[in-house]
Design a protein around this ligand. Structure first.
Ligand code: CMC
Length: 427
């Protein structure tokens, strides 16, 4: 493609540079467009706009490809661990054995929370949604760890990144325990990241959690599958919040708030609710009819970027089978509903013509339920995993000498200037 694109409006003509990424479509650089031609571009939802330059994650939505720092998600899910993927996302390369050991040690030794932080949870109602607790509690980290909130200091940036990755499972497990009315379980340094999380969620003083390598591996893999996904809504929220110089804990809290929505991270909870509502395979045709008449959406299907099978959904489907087999629920009726729904949707003209394929959330709900989590916790687990993506993208932005505060413009369609009318004179 050419190195410049010509933009003409009225009698003005502007040459706009065309930028090239390593892979992916070329990008027309419109930064000077307004100054040179007096017009803005209009792109609500950013369907045609690259909001930043990034070296972290690449998605080819047409081919169903997801790469982290160049490595395919399938290979990472199969051969790596979540903490190794965290290192990769944060630092750009896979760690050496020593780097990995040091990183694992650092994360492990940051998992505890300030004792006073535990009292913070008591302020929430017992029936609070755990995502509501997450938004509040993660935002509150900046009140407890202000020695790592100076965004100008690279060392503090790194420490806050480590703290967030390490403390997120502890906070998430506390949010869960609080809703159950069970005592908090402290992290243990001899356990892996996923083991620690499962134990903090499922141990009670009367009975310790029993390790299960299949379930631990599944948890770790679910974390890997959700670790980063380029400039999605919550990541863009974190970048937007961070662009003003806000501290990383506050920025991640903003990301969590965005993730909560049903069109984003809340979809796994909605998807399981949907499968439960359908209940049995014979109810599917009726349900699909409602989707086609736009009464509701098929949750866990469709994606802004993937117009092909989400590669994470394939790994999640395999993980789902492994977990259900391990817990003796391979005849789970919800799995049958999911498989049949997928079969129908993949051959139905409505879904095929709109390129609607299963996304990562389609099988994650059934899997997480089999691991023992209630549906309110699904988005929380997504937040735990995505924290590394958010913080890596935030760090990349702050490290970029050219970063600017995010400040979109608008097309104004309200009233033009008019004179104020006192209330006594209004009709
Ligand atoms: N069920 C039925 N129809 C759908 C669905 C769906 N899940 N998704 C999109 N469509 C239709 C939509 O009605 C529209 O049809 P038409 O052109 O006839 O009006 C067409 O497909 C394009 O939809 P869109 O809303 O313009 O697409 P989008 O890129 O803005 O939306 C999405 C992407 C993920 C919000 C949407 O597909 C959706 O709501 N899916 C269900 C929720 C879900 O599973 N979200 C998780 C996404 S993956 C995890 C994550 O990133 O958080």
């Amino acid at each position: 493609m050419a190195d410049t694109a010509k933009f003409t409006i009225g009698d003005k003509s502007v040459d706009l540079p065309v930028l090239k990424g390593t892979v992916g479509p070329d990008v027309v650089d419109i930064r000077k467009l307004y100054a040179q031609s007096d017009v803005f571009t209009f792109d609500p939802g950013y369907t045609s706009t690259a909001s930043c330059e990034s070296k972290i994650t690449f998605i080819d939505g047409d081919e169903g490809i997801l790469l982290h720092r160049g490595y395919p998600i399938e290979q990472l899910a199969e051969q790596s661990t979540f903490l190794e993927v965290c290192y990769l996302l944060l630092h750009g390369e896979l760690p050496s054995a020593t780097e990995y050991a040091n990183f694992e040690h650092t994360i492990t030794y940051h998992t505890m929370l300030h004792e006073q932080f535990d009292r913070f949870f008591q302020g929430f109602r017992r029936d609070a949604h755990p995502m509501a607790i997450m938004v509040g509690a993660v935002g509150a980290l900046s009140a407890f760890y202000h020695d790592s909130t100076n965004v100008e200091d690279p060392t503090q940036r790194l420490i806050s990144s480590h703290r967030l990755i390490a403390k997120m499972p502890t906070i998430a497990a506390r949010a869960y325990k609080y809703s159950l009315g069970q005592p908090f379980v402290h992290p243990r340094n001899d356990l892996s990241y996923a083991e620690n999380f499962l134990r903090m969620c499922f141990s009670v003083p009367a009975e310790d959690w029993k390790p299960n390598p299949v379930l631990t591996r599944a948890m770790d893999r679910i974390f890997i599958l959700h670790a980063d996904h380029e400039q999605n809504a919550s990541t863009s929220t974190v970048r937007n919040a961070g662009s003003s110089g806000a501290n990383p804990f506050a920025c991640i809290a903003a990301g969590i708030a965005c993730l909560w929505g049903p069109a984003h991270g809340g979809a796994n909870e909605e998807c399981l609710n949907m499968l439960q509502e359908i209940g049995t395979v014979d109810k599917i045709p009726e349900f699909v009819k409602g989707v086609k008449s736009r009464d509701y959406r098929l949750m866990g299907f469709g994606h802004r970027v993937y117009k092909n099978y989400d590669p994470r959904a394939k790994v999640m489907q395999t993980t789902c089978h492994e977990v259900l087999k391990e817990v003796g629920r391979d005849d789970d009726p919800l799995l049958k509903v999911a498989l049949e729904l997928e079969r129908i949707a993949l051959s139905d003209e409505y879904f095929v013509s709109r390129k609607l394929y299963p996304n990562v959330d389609f099988y994650s709900g059934i899997t997480l339920r089999a691991l023992g989590f209630p549906s309110e916790m699904f988005t929380v687990l997504f937040a735990v995993a995505r924290t590394v993506g958010w913080i890596s993208q935030w760090k990349e932005m702050i490290d970029d000498p050219n970063y600017k505060i995010s400040r979109p413009r608008q097309i104004y369609t309200g009233s033009a200037k008019r004179a104020f009318v006192p209330v006594s004179k209004r009709g």
